[in-house]
Design a protein around this ligand. Structure first.
Ligand code: 2M8
Length: 427
């Protein structure tokens, strides 16, 4: 089989990143459990070992806060080389924080239900796996509900984020304008990422100051639900909303298959889909984020605006417009698709993370969304090109869209996990 070697190498990366039941994104740069990384890793594990896959999600649920949030990082007490660590997040002892584990105070896009559904589909009725998944349903239900209560009190359907890190696409150009208003002033912290990875592939100093400022702001506010009055950064995120919308569908499927537990998943899905529809710009064939502090739509060209395909909410006409854009040689059709923004777009940087490079998790979600709309040929091409790029450059964190060069961290978890899934799709 043509992909046998790549499949084995990908499995070795996942095993090498396994830390006692959680998969670290990359041993040197990210030595803890990250939320959406862990869920993407689960999708890979589902092919190798469904029980191990279900345990990954069980370990993620350990971090759940009393209000329902599942945090973006669960810290490994014995891994030290990452900043900001638990001391700066200041979550210890807060009444909402979980006991027994230390976590960050913010969340990340909720891929967990989608991953759990994949595990269910590979479990072959295994009792131990189904028991773990069944026990996870209430935790996922509470987390999803939290997005619409705590993060969308006005009922727009598109939850807000309080930190670019919550989008998972940290220094993306889509956040440049709202972030540029923050003047952190003198701020002291230790930074280690730019010693592990070349500084020109990581966020710049000014942006990092703002990230740390926002971490401290959450602690100062005692992690209370954000408001326009007290938050320095508050944006409705269409990519996160799309991932949540898809996750609601997967949660409803799981709950039904696992014995009919009650959830409000499909009702929330309707609310989110309506919220997304309101943010479609037919002129630009794209969904827009919103800056909730100014009330303005952030009309920034970015692959995130195409993720409603993954949610299955785009109308056939919208899907056709977005597909045309993806295939347009002067937009997203680079030698190695899909760039985070078109190379001609303002702010494009081929090597700086989330400002131009190709990301395998984005490719995986867009390919999945395209297949849902019937564009199987293009979905397949994305899978094939992704695998060819990985075979050439290794299991890197991100890739240059023009040359396919590997960038960022090595032995990267979701690159390996989703390669395994892409290989399975192509067989
Ligand atoms: C990156 O984010 C972290 C902060 O959460 C960092 O730069 O230190 C992002 O790519 C994020 O999406 C990802 O989950 C994380 C771990 O891979 O790294």
């Amino acid at each position: 089989m043509p992909y046998d070697r790549l499949q084995n190498d990908a499995a070795s990366v996942l095993r090498g990143n396994d830390r006692d039941g959680t998969t670290v994104p990359s041993p040197q740069l990210y030595p803890h459990q990250w939320n959406w990384d862990s869920s993407f890793a689960t999708i890979g594990w589902a092919h190798l070992d469904p029980l191990r896959a279900s345990q990954e999600l069980e370990r993620l649920a350990r971090g759940q806060w009393a209000d329902g949030m599942i945090p973006h990082i669960i810290f490994d007490p014995i891994a030290a080389n990452y900043e900001p660590g638990p001391t700066l997040w200041r979550t210890d002892g807060h009444p909402n924080a979980p006991s027994g584990v230390r976590t960050s105070s913010i969340t990340q896009p909720p891929v967990m239900a989608t991953a759990a559904r994949r595990v269910f589909d590979h479990a072959g009725g295994d009792h131990a796996v189904l028991t773990i998944l069944r026990d996870l349903v209430p935790a996922i239900e509470r987390w999803h509900a939290w997005f619409l209560t705590t993060r969308d009190p006005s009922g727009s359907g598109v939850p807000c984020i309080v930190h670019p890190w919550e989008s998972g696409m940290d220094n993306a150009t889509r956040w440049d304008a709202p972030l540029s208003r923050i003047e952190p002033g003198p701020i002291t912290y230790r930074r280690v990422d730019d010693r592990v990875i070349a500084a020109q592939e990581r966020p710049n100093r000014k942006d990092y100051d703002r990230y740390v400022f926002l971490v401290e702001e959450r602690a100062r506010l005692q992690f209370a639900p954000p408001t326009r009055e007290d938050s320095s950064f508050l944006c409705g995120d269409v990519a996160l909303a799309s991932i949540l919308c898809r996750a609601e569908e997967d949660l409803a499927y799981l709950a039904e298959k696992l014995g009919g537990q009650r959830t409000e998943a499909m009702s929330r899905r309707g609310t989110i889909a309506a919220g997304l529809h309101a943010l479609y710009d037919p002129e630009r064939a794209c969904y827009d984020d919103v800056d909730l502090l100014t009330g303005e739509r952030l009309a920034v060209e970015h692959v995130a605006g195409l993720l409603p395909l993954f949610a299955g909410v785009a109308t056939p006409q919208q899907a056709a417009q977005m597909l045309a854009k993806l295939e347009d040689p002067i937009r997203y059709q680079t030698s190695w698709p899909i760039p985070t923004i078109p190379p001609q777009a303002p702010g494009f940087e081929a090597h700086r993370y989330w400002r131009g490079p190709v990301w395998i998790n984005v490719n995986w979600m867009i390919a999945d969304g395209l297949a849902r709309t019937g564009a199987e040929r293009v979905a397949r091409q994305i899978a094939e090109r992704s695998l060819a790029m990985i075979a050439q450059a290794g299991f890197r964190e991100y890739f240059d869209a023009r040359t396919g060069e590997g960038l960022g961290a090595d032995s990267f978890g979701w690159t390996a996990a989703l390669a395994i899934d892409f290989i399975d799709q192509l067989r």
